[in-house]
Design a protein. Structure first.
Length: 188
C-alpha cells in the first residue's frame, strides 16, 4: 500500500490550500480526485475556484463515488482527493436509510460505506501517494435532527478510519497545519 496523508480542518480553515501545497511539492504526476457533485450554482462557483488554483499539468478524475476505489487502484504518482466529506455525502445521500431508515438499516448502510472506504484506502498502490482532504465536523454543536447526527457521526468515524491508514495527519487551523501524526513532507 502507498503513502496516505490526511489533511483535516473546519470550514474555510485552509485545508484544501495546504493539501495543494503538498501536491505542488511532489516531483511527479499529480491527479486531482474531484468528489463533489455539482448540484447548484453555488457549488459550481466553488468547483471553478478549485479548478482555477490547479496547475494545468495536473490530471483530474471526476466520477461516481462507487468508482473511486477502482480508479485509485489504477493510478500512480500523487493523488489529491478533495474531499472525503463530499465523497461520503454522495454515498450517504444515495442511501434511503440515512434519513428514514431504522437504526439497524442505517448501521447496515454505514457498514457498506465503510467497506467501500477501506477498499479505497487499501487500493493505493505502493508506487502512489494519496493526500485526503476532509472536514472535521465533530467540534460544533450536535445537529438537532437525526440525519444530521448520523452524518456527523459517520464523518467522524470515516476520519478515524482514514487516519488509521494514514502515515501523516494534519489538522489545519487558520491556514496553519498542526501535525497530529507523522509530519510534514520534505520541503514544507
Amino acid at each position: 500500500m502507498g503513502n496516505i496523508t490526511l489533511v483535516l480542518g473546519g470550514a474555510r480553515s485552509g485545508k484544501s490550500t495546504y493539501a495543494e501545497k503538498i501536491a505542488l511539492a511532489y516531483d511527479g504526476p499529480v491527479t486531482y480526485l474531484a468528489t463533489a457533485d455539482c448540484a447548484d450554482a453555488e457549488m459550481e462557483k466553488r468547483i471553478e475556484l478549485h479548478r482555477a488554483r490547479r496547475p494545468a499539468s495536473w490530471a483530474t478524475w471526476e466520477g461516481g463515488p462507487r468508482d473511486l476505489p477502482r480508479a485509485v487502484a489504477e493510478m500512480r504518482g500523487l493523488m489529491l482527493m478533495d474531499c472525503l466529506t463530499m465523497w461520503l455525502t454522495r454515498l450517504f445521500l444515495a442511501s434511503p436509510a440515512s434519513e428514514d431508515g431504522s437504526e439497524e438499516e442505517w448501521l447496515a448502510a454505514e457498514a457498506e460505506i465503510t467497506a467501500l472506504a477501506r477498499g479505497l484506502f487499501e487500493s493505493v498502490r505502493a508506487d502512489a501517494s494519496l493526500v485526503v482532504v476532509s472536514n472535521e465536523v465533530g467540534l460544533g454543536l450536535v445537529p438537532p435532527y437525526r440525519m444530521g447526527r448520523r452524518f456527523r457521526d459517520a464523518q467522524g468515524r470515516m476520519n478515524q478510519l482514514c487516519a488509521g491508514y494514514a502515515e501523516n495527519v494534519a489538522l489545519v487551523v487558520a491556514g496553519c497545519p498542526l501535525w497530529v501524526k507523522g509530519g510534514a513532507p520534505a520541503g514544507l
